[in-house]
Design a protein around this ligand. Structure first.
Ligand code: UD2
Length: 331
């Protein structure tokens, strides 16, 4: 594959659905002000405080065709980040979560056809279910273990199909376990839970033996994958977005206790029903075709969370492409 897409985008009109949420708001920060950025969000979990001043906010439900039509008018790229991210909620309410995670995604693709816009879809490692191989490549079997995973697989495949059938440029990014600032709430993931427990000097609750592993990827790396997806020629495909490293939950608990200087005990609770044992990304395709390479090690990501320092993706303040981006490191 020839030269890779840059890690910057400028002078475009873009829409970020779920742009006030955890991942979406970090993406918006990287896109504004070099682009005209719009956010469509219902603020069910996101916050206005996360959205920069110069961004147009349309408050609405992504399932509402009128709101979406308004938000998407004249856009060049849609980053579709809005979703119900709780796996357990999808188990309790498969049909309702399907509305947001799949039906709305289809609406986004249809709207993009009208506008002739590119679509970058937030897919998930959940499409693999219990991964058939480790690290798991995009070509592995997809047998989701939750409605959430089925919904993400469906929109991931629709994105590919829209490229094939209608020549719409689409990319699906299969996020592994994303962490970083602004992640919070009951479904927010083990890293934010452990941080809260460690800071309160309360027990850090490891589910089961703690030997299960995950591929934790910092949100700034996820933003960088999105920026590449916004201009790549390698469309009509899905790409893993992780680090390629796996960390056990026990090790994670110990590191978080250390970086927060906490005296919390680490306690073991019953294993979580339906938990996947291991998860880790094979990044070969994402590196080869997209030029995506994660930059933030888990250790430096956790330290920056503990210190409250932010890690920006590789975009300079006015969005000018930086010829040194390939070699910029953090940590
Ligand atoms: C992640 C995604 C989910 C889906 C899935 C696909 C997050 C937040 N969720 O679910 O959206 O894409 O991957 O496979 O990224 N744990 C504890 N103690 C706690 C909480 C969790 O030990 O207090 C364990 C949990 O049992 C699991 C691991 O930590 O083994 C990660 O849990 P999670 O909820 O952060 O994410 P996961 O992998 O279930």
């Amino acid at each position: 594959m020839g030269s890779h897409a840059p890690e910057t985008l400028r002078d475009r009109t873009v829409l970020v659905t779920g742009g006030a949420g955890f991942i979406g708001s970090h993406l918006v920060e990287a896109l504004a002000p070099a682009n005209e950025v719009r956010v469509l969000d219902d603020f069910s979990t996101g916050s206005r405080d996360y959205v920069p001043e110069d961004v147009t906010v349309i408050e609405g439900d992504v399932r509402d065709p009128i709101a979406l039509q308004k938000a998407a008018r004249g856009v060049d790229v849609i980053f579709h980040q809005a979703a119900v991210v709780s796996v357990s909620r999808s188990v309790g309410e498969p049909r309702r979560t399907n509305g947001t995670n799949l039906d709305a995604g289809l609406l986004v693709l249809e709207q993009a056809r009208q506008e002739d816009a590119r679509v970058v879809v937030a897919s998930s490692a959940a499409v693999y279910g219990h991964p058939a191989e480790l690290p798991v490549p995009e070509t592995a079997a997809t047998e989701p273990t939750s409605p959430y995973g089925v919904q993400k697989l469906a929109i991931d495949q629709y994105a590919r199909l829209y490229e094939e059938l209608y020549d719409l440029p689409t990319v699906a990014l299969r996020y592994f376990n994303v962490y970083g600032p602004r992640q919070r709430g009951p479904y927010s993931g083990v890293i934010s839970t452990f941080f809260e427990q460690a800071r309160a000097d309360e027990p850090i609750t490891v589910a089961g033996d703690g030997e299960q592993t995950r591929d934790f990827v910092h949100v700034s790396d996820v933003v960088r994958a999105n920026l590449r997806a916004a201009t790549t020629d390698a469309v009509g495909a899905a790409y893993n977005v992780g680090t390629g490293d796996r960390t056990s939950i026990q090790d994670l608990a110990e590191t978080i206790r250390e970086v927060t200087d906490s005296s919390s005990p680490i306690v073991h609770r019953d294993p979580r029903a339906g938990d996947i044992r291991h998860s880790g990304a094979d990044l070969s395709r994402a590196t080869r075709r997209l030029g995506f390479e994660p930059r933030v090690s888990l250790e430096s990501g956790l330290r920056s969370l503990a210190d409250g320092t932010s890690i920006a993706p590789v975009v300079d303040p006015d969005g000018t492409p930086d010829s040194n981006t390939e070699h910029t490191t953090y940590g």
